[in-house]
Design a protein around this ligand. Sequence first.
Ligand code: NAD
Length: 268
Amino acid sequence: MGLMTGKKGVIFGVSNKRGIAYAIAEKLFHEGADIAFTYAGDIMKDRVEPLAAEMQSKLCISCDVNNEAEIKEVFNQCRAVYGTIDFIIHAVAFANREDLTGNFSDTSFEGWNLALGVSAYSLIPMARYAKDMMNDGGSIVALSYLGSERSVPNYNVMGVAKAALEANVRYLASEFGPRGIRVNSLSAGPIKTLAAKGIDGFDILLKVNAARSPMKRNVTLDEVGNAGLYLCSDLSSGVSGETHHVDCGYHSVATTKADALIIGVQAD
Ligand code: NAD
């Protein structure tokens, strides 16, 4: 029997096999989970449907998270197919390319609304429509990044969106906790995915993270997948309202010996 045997849930944000949502889905599936998938638009449909079929999914449905009616319909369909559910993965993010480069102070109101709407607000209607169909012991997991807590070059408005997302998680954890439902953020280190390609200078970010992290490397998709499995399964039954970093320890570092070289002083 697997860690997720008998558990059913929905994943928002699968794009292809190099994405974080797919890595988590794969782990959940191999541990026995029954997974519904969503996709944003026809291009994603062609990519996501075969992946959903690979995991014997009973439900693969269109959902642009900008459209609350579509989010509601996902949960209506989940109710029709599964009755109740045990987990939700929120792995959806978007910002205009021009808002992921240059000066943060140039962020437009429209760009801000778009990034925060898709990447942060969307968790709230998901939780609302899932509330009365989630089982005791259920888990909601939202994908985040350290740019929520510290400034990261070019991450800009997405950092603000992730800060809002993590705050959403804490408020939902408080509201849903008495019903036995846990809500957590999974803060992954940088991984070269479709979405990451939109962030200016992402290749440099990868190199800097690997060099400065205590483990001297970047996190793998497999490791983030395992952490997603942990947060969805009963292994994390006592964990809620948490921002769980899976980034080879990078978030814990303020200064490294190598930083001394950058400013040209001798390290001890
Ligand atoms: P990805 O491109 O595989 O996933 C992003 C997903 O968001 C895609 O499936 C895309 O279709 C979906 N999406 C965008 N706009 C949408 C909309 N309006 N409605 C519905 N879906 C929409 O990239 P990824 O890096 O695997 O991203 C998954 C999550 O992980 C995101 O929340 C991202 O911010 C987060 N994350 C990524 C990294 C990284 O370095 N790649 C690090 C930490 C956190």
